[in-house]
Design a binder for this molecule. Structure first.
Ligand SMILES: [Zn+2]
Length: 478
């Protein structure tokens, strides 16, 4: 423990910290394609916010560098090793319904209310002031400390990708862009498509189905891979059964299961609607997938050969298979949790492609190559081919790494609370660093207002986070 009282040092600079944070938040740093130019790849607002952050650092005595407006950095200290602090200056659009103007940064009931207050401009300024404290106290450092400011964290992460093409990767570091105490592990994230074209289905040479009750004309569910679909719609052409019989069977199914939906007849076709419950695809078991529920009903009908293959595979491998059990890819990790499977988008068109878009998140102890090969194999039975739209590998820092243990100790010393470490199914900016964790700014028990209307940070939390970051920077770089 150092003899510095970090909270007291922060309080001495409280007024300046609050005022500077407010000014920073008053810049509307939303992605703006209209004002893109050389040096401002994401528009003027973000460019201004980057200049503002670099300006505060420069004034504090750090050396700064602008990487063509994609990112910037500010550095102090000396030594071989480099401690990185990665944050972002862009914000998501404000949306409607705010109680105070989203870029006024007014203080209401002890909170600074503004878009970006908690994500991520408030904590960015807290970390900069934390560094100012270390510098102003003239504490000796044996390492360099570098702030890296990203500019499109909220869209495509081109900022950090571009930055690290040419700039040094820190030895270790943290991002103040998630939760306290500390996130040390993040699952691998994949967005996958399983696609069957009409031609590839025909190449299977399936015999025509017999005793067909209905032909599947089309099916659509969901818009995003990382959400559980709350609406699905299927169109059937009655063949062996008449429309009324299909409609009645569907109504009975809804009654028996308690699911919500309706059925319509249009131009001799039967249109089935299913309602589900949308939740984030990170934990699909908490929602109700309208798409696979509708498919589960369709499975009770005798369909045409292509419809039957589509519905059969989906019902068997995807319906209520939140962990990939039936596929044989289920894998639980004591530390990082289970592999999760979300069927976010389902499309079928009798004349075009059939498609499942999946979001699969997996712990570090199972290889992508292993489970994805099994998935591809299972669906190849139905002439589906696997396409990888997005793949972020699992990210994990050893829980015994000094980065983790130091930040845990600092958190406990500053808050008096135990610092449990967290593994998550999502992605934080921490994974942009080779050895990186997320460290704050949201304290346990605080509701997360990021991306919501009336986004805020408690002034007290801003102060507390600054004190924590100050000690953290010193302890990591001393
Ligand atoms: Zn963020």
């Amino acid at each position: 423990m150092t003899s510095v009282n970090w909270l007291e040092e922060t309080n001495k600079r409280k007024e300046e910290l609050i005022a500077t944070t407010q000014q920073f938040l008053q810049i509307k740093s939303v992605l703006d394609p209209e004002s893109v130019r050389e040096g401002a790849p994401f528009g003027e607002g973000i460019r201004q916010a980057l200049d503002f952050a670099l300006g505060v650092c420069e004034k504090a005595g750090m050396t700064t560098k602008d990487v063509r407006g994609y990112a910037g950095h500010a550095e102090f200290g000396q030594g071989e090793e480099l401690i990185g602090i990665l944050s972002h200056v862009d914000v998501v659009p404000e949306g409607d319904g705010w109680s105070t103007p989203p870029y006024a940064a007014e203080i209401v009931d002890g909170r600074i209310v503004a878009r970006g207050a908690i994500d991520d401009k408030g904590p960015t300024m807290a970390a900069i002031f934390a560094a100012k404290i270390v510098m102003e106290l003239g504490l000796p450092l044996s390492k360099r400390v570098r702030f890296i400011f990203g500019t499109d964290e909220e869209s495509s992460w081109q900022c950090v990708n571009t930055y690290f093409e040419t700039e040094e990767m820190p030895t270790m570091g943290f991002t103040p862009d998630a939760d306290f105490p500390l996130i040390y592990a993040e699952k691998g994230l994949t967005d996958l498509s399983l696609r069957q074209t009409l031609e590839s289905f025909q190449s299977l040479g399936k015999p025509a189905a017999e005793n067909v009750e209905a032909k599947l004309v089309s099916l659509q569910a969901g818009l995003r891979m990382n959400m559980v679909p709350d609406k699905a719609i299927a169109t059937l052409a009655p063949i062996g059964l008449n429309s009324e019989a299909i409609a009645q069977s569907y109504r009975q199914h809804l009654d028996a299961t308690g699911l919500k939906g309706k059925v319509e007849e249009q131009d001799g076709l039967v249109v089935l609607h299913m309602e589900g419950v949308s939740v984030h695809g990170m934990d699909p078991s908490k929602g109700v997938n309208a798409g696979t529920e509708l498919i589960h009903f369709l499975r009770t009908l005798s369909l045409d050969e292509r419809g039957a293959v589509f519905v059969g595979l989906a019902d068997r491998y995807l319906h209520k298979q939140y962990y990939g059990e039936a596929l044989g890819i289920a894998h639980d990790d004591a530390e990082m949790g289970a592999l999760t499977l979300n069927t976010g988008v389902i499309e079928y068109d009798e004349k075009q492609d059939a498609l499942f878009r999946l979001n699969i998140r997996y712990p570090h102890s199972v290889a992508f190559e292993k489970w994805s090969a099994i998935l591809a194999e299972r669906f190849s039975e139905g002439a589906f081919s696997l396409e990888v739209a997005e793949h972020l590998t699992p990210h994990r820092v050893d829980p015994n790494h000094p980065l983790v243990t130091t930040l845990q100790r600092v958190y406990t010393e500053q808050t008096g609370e135990e610092a449990g470490i967290i593994a998550i199914g999502g992605a934080t900016y921490g994974r942009s660093l080779d050895v990186g964790v997320a460290f704050g700014p949201l304290f346990p028990g605080r509701p997360d207002s990021a991306h919501q209307r009336d986004e805020y940070i408690f002034v007290d939390d801003l102060i507390k986070a600054t004190a924590i970051y100050a000690q953290a920077i010193y302890e990591l770089a001393k």
